[in-house]
Design a protein around this ligand. Structure first.
Ligand code: ADP
Ligand code: MG
Length: 258
């Protein structure tokens, strides 16, 4: 029983990621348990987005192994990127949804179609069923009445809430958020955080969140990881990391952002 609860759903083992001569992750090890809500904090350029992008299969890596929900693949030294088979990548992608800083909605599609399109095309869901589910999700993020609008007609906060509904429409087991409120005007941050806060109560959903909203991180995370220069420099409960950080680097970082 405990075994199933604590089983990692995400596991990086000795993952090395380079961009040309720049090594961003050097033998990186990191795992997240099913249902766990984990926040990555840390300075800009430290590799946080790279971790999420590798998980979303948007970036190949050079060495090591990535396991996600029992699908595992590795990139072997010297063989170059994307040795993983397309089948493996598809299998991984099926379980993961991602919400980006810049919303990334399809500008030429209505809100409803933005949410409906992937389940229909990728999962082969019947359009009527996908629409019914999309309306439920839009209702959950408070935007059912905007279903026939185009992204350009919405505020940034509303667009980001649609992006969250769109990610959820694929029924991911893991949801990744890369600074979901960084591009928003301050008065729009709250509405997006409140949707994410609601998701954090979903027991089975695994969440990995990169954010600079420290109060929010403290409130929703089971675990906070302070990430610096491609490694987890310190991790612990929000109380430990924000209350009694042990590493000097963590203290410096927190005093620069709080
Ligand atoms: P963070 O999200 O913590 O700010 P990133 O993961 O975006 O950090 O970036 C980590 C490092 O990798 C940075 O030095 C960044 O400049 C570099 N980097 C990220 N993406 C690319 C890319 N596509 N090509 C080259 N360098 C990149
Ligand atoms: Mg980033």
């Amino acid at each position: 029983m405990t075994d199933t609860i604590n089983k990692p759903i995400i596991e990086f083992s000795n993952v090395t990621k380079r961009f040309g001569i720049l090594t961003v992750l050097d033998q990186f090890n990191f795992s997240v348990a099913q249902g766990e809500k984990v926040t990555l904090i840390g300075p800009s350029g430290s590799g946080k987005s790279t971790v999420l992008r590798i998980l979303m299969t948007l970036e190949p890596f050079q060495e090591g192994r990535l396991t996600l929900a029992d699908t595992s693949y590795h990139e072997e030294r010297g063989k170059g990127p994307f040795q993983a088979s397309e089948r493996h990548l598809r299998e991984i992608r099926k379980h993961v949804g991602m919400v980006f800083q810049s919303f990334n909605l399809f500008p030429h599609m209505t809100v409803l179609r933005n949410v409906v399109e992937a389940p229909v095309r990728v999962l082969g869901m019947a359009r009527a069923e996908a629409e019914a589910r999309a309306i439920e999700l839009l209702d959950m993020v408070g935007l059912a009445d905007k279903k026939d609008h185009y992204p350009v007609q919405l505020s940034g906060g509303q667009q980001q809430r649609v992006a969250i509904a769109r990610a959820l429409a694929m029924r991911p087991r893991v949801l990744l958020f890369d600074e979901p409120t960084s591009a928003l005007d301050p008065q729009l941050v709250g509405e997006v955080l409140s949707v994410i806060r609601g998701l954090a109560h979903e027991h089975d959903l695994t969440m990995l969140l990169v954010t600079h909203e420290m109060r929010f991180a403290r409130e929703v995370s089971d675990r906070v990881c302070f990430f610096d220069k491609g490694r987890i420099c310190e991790q612990g409960s929000p109380e430990e990391i924000f209350g009694t950080p042990k590493q000097e680097r963590t203290r410096e970082f927190l005093s620069s952002v709080l």
